[in-house]
Design a protein around this ligand. Structure first.
Ligand code: FE2
Ligand code: FE2
Length: 187
């Protein structure tokens, strides 16, 4: 019975495992934004640096994951389960929305980093708003994938197809490594 249950949740387990770190970083990101807004001058530089590091993680790892998903996972799912088409289109729109808002968050962060302490108020509010939007967008998105998309795949795919899907999901996990491999393969 335990074995059967394990097999039945194979795909969702892999995905949830992969998303754990990202969700943890998203929660940390929320904390850093609050610190940036309310902690005083003494911690300003450190908090700006943390916000930079987290937004770099989001742009390298999360954006990279999303790009690989569009290249490797979604076309496979769409060809095997055609009814997932509209959900996949929505997820791709969310990817674009995430990328676009992350770029404007990063440029806002750099503008804010240069401001004197007396002139940060309005911009800080805007940055927090954009950061929170990114966090909620990401949390909701990962939940739609693990709780709907991959659950449907778990139910509908044949065993060999599931194995192939898991192989493709693994490719999306370390997108920065894949980029390096591709760069070397071209030479
Ligand atoms: Fe996605
Ligand atoms: Fe994903």
């Amino acid at each position: 019975m335990a074995q059967k249950r394990k097999i039945a949740r194979e795909i969702v387990d892999v995905v949830e495992g992969d998303y754990r770190e990202t969700l943890q970083k998203a929660r940390h990101f929320q904390v850093v934004l609050t610190h940036l807004q309310y902690e005083g001058k003494a911690s300003w530089g450190r908090n700006i640096q943390r916000a930079r590091e987290l937004s770099r993680f989001l742009s390298q790892e999360v954006n990279g994951h999303m790009g690989e998903e569009e290249r490797t996972v979604f076309p496979f799912l769409q060809s095997h389960i055609p009814k997932l088409e509209s959900l996949i289109s929505l997820l791709c729109l969310e990817h674009q929305d995430f990328k676009k808002n992350l770029i404007s968050f990063q440029s806002l962060l750099e503008t804010l980093a240069k401001k004197r302490s007396g002139a940060r108020g309005r911009l800080m509010g805007k940055l927090k708003e954009k950061g929170m939007y990114l966090i909620y967008l990401l949390q909701g998105h990962l939940l739609e994938e693990s709780g709907i998309l991959y659950k449907v795949a778990e139910r509908e795919l044949r065993r060999d197809e599931k194995r192939e899907l898991i192989r493709r999901i693994r490719v999306t996990k370390h997108p920065s490594e894949i980029k390096i491999k591709r760069r070397y393969a071209k030479k």
